[in-house]
Ligand binder design. Structure first.
Ligand SMILES: [Zn+2]
Length: 263
């Protein structure tokens, strides 16, 4: 299964999107070169649809919104009087007509750069992609420091939803772990929450495992190169928090990937 998934991804040329294992191309208003959509809730019954008002997070495009909610771009544009060339503004409210349950859209870009995955927590209780972006800009960074965020349900987010940040979309170096030069070679994933004070919710842990599984397979990252921020040599931090459930995480990831996790 692992091999099949990887070869399927590699067979898809730039501009393709994999939806439930099917390679579809080309896409109108394509702005993200290679993507994998991971349904949060595999369709086990009829899909319930409703109109949703979505606040645009950093880096989100009309294309991505269409994939997240399984709605045609033309329908979103028509309801919001937008054209294909319009660039969405952060925080802009978009009416998504007939939206399905929110899907994660995980863009994957061919690269030999990514050798490690570093897990962080935000060390805050209430945040979303927009507030973290603003916080990191105030620190003088050009964008969110991390590559991916996993929401915890605060600020109107859906717990367990994965956000790809503008930094990841642009494939820039990270701003999440200076120690051991990790910013140039590690994908930074931040779980919203403070796991020094509270336990990591199951739904976020499941989303983390699923995201890491895709990244490991696509970038050939060995299990030994997945670590918490505080486990990076020379890093002086307890991130992702002293309550982060390492044993449970290892078991879940091993079950997903059949990897021999010795870390
Ligand atoms: Zn950290």
């Amino acid at each position: 299964m692992k091999i099949r998934m990887r070869s399927l991804i590699l067979r898809c040329a730039a501009g393709a999107v994999i939806i439930a294992g099917v390679c579809v191309m080309p896409f109108f208003n394509m702005q993200e070169p290679v993507s994998v959509m991971v349904p949060r809730f595999p369709a086990a019954g009829p899909v319930l649809r409703k109109d949703v008002v979505h606040a645009v997070m950093p880096g989100e495009t009309l294309f991505r919104l269409g994939k997240m909610y399984d709605v045609k771009l033309e329908d979103i544009m028509a309801r919001n009087q937008l054209s294909a060339s319009d660039v969405l503004k952060m925080g802009q409210k978009i009416l998504v007509p007939g939206a399905a349950a929110l899907n994660d859209v995980i863009p994957l870009f061919p690269s030999r750069k990514w050798k490690y995955i570093i897990i962080h927590h935000s060390a805050t209780e209430d945040d979303d992609a927009l507030s973290l972006y603003a916080l990191h800009q105030r620190r003088g960074w050009d964008s969110t420091g991390y590559d991916f965020l996993i929401d915890n349900g605060t600020k109107g987010t859906v717990a367990g939803h994965v956000d790809a940040t503008p930094r990841w979309i642009a494939q820039k170096n990270g701003a999440h772990c200076k120690a051991s030069g990790m910013n140039t070679k590690a994908i930074g994933i931040c779980l919203i929450g403070n796991f020094s004070l509270e336990e990591c919710p199951e739904v976020q842990l499941m989303a983390l495992v699923r995201l890491i599984k895709y990244l490991m397979e696509y970038y050939d990252i060995p299990a030994g190169n997945i670590m918490g921020h505080g486990q990076v040599p020379e890093a002086n931090t307890e991130c992702p928090g002293k309550l982060f459930p390492w044993n449970k995480f290892r078991k879940m990831l091993a079950a997903e990937t059949a990897a021999d996790l010795q870390f």
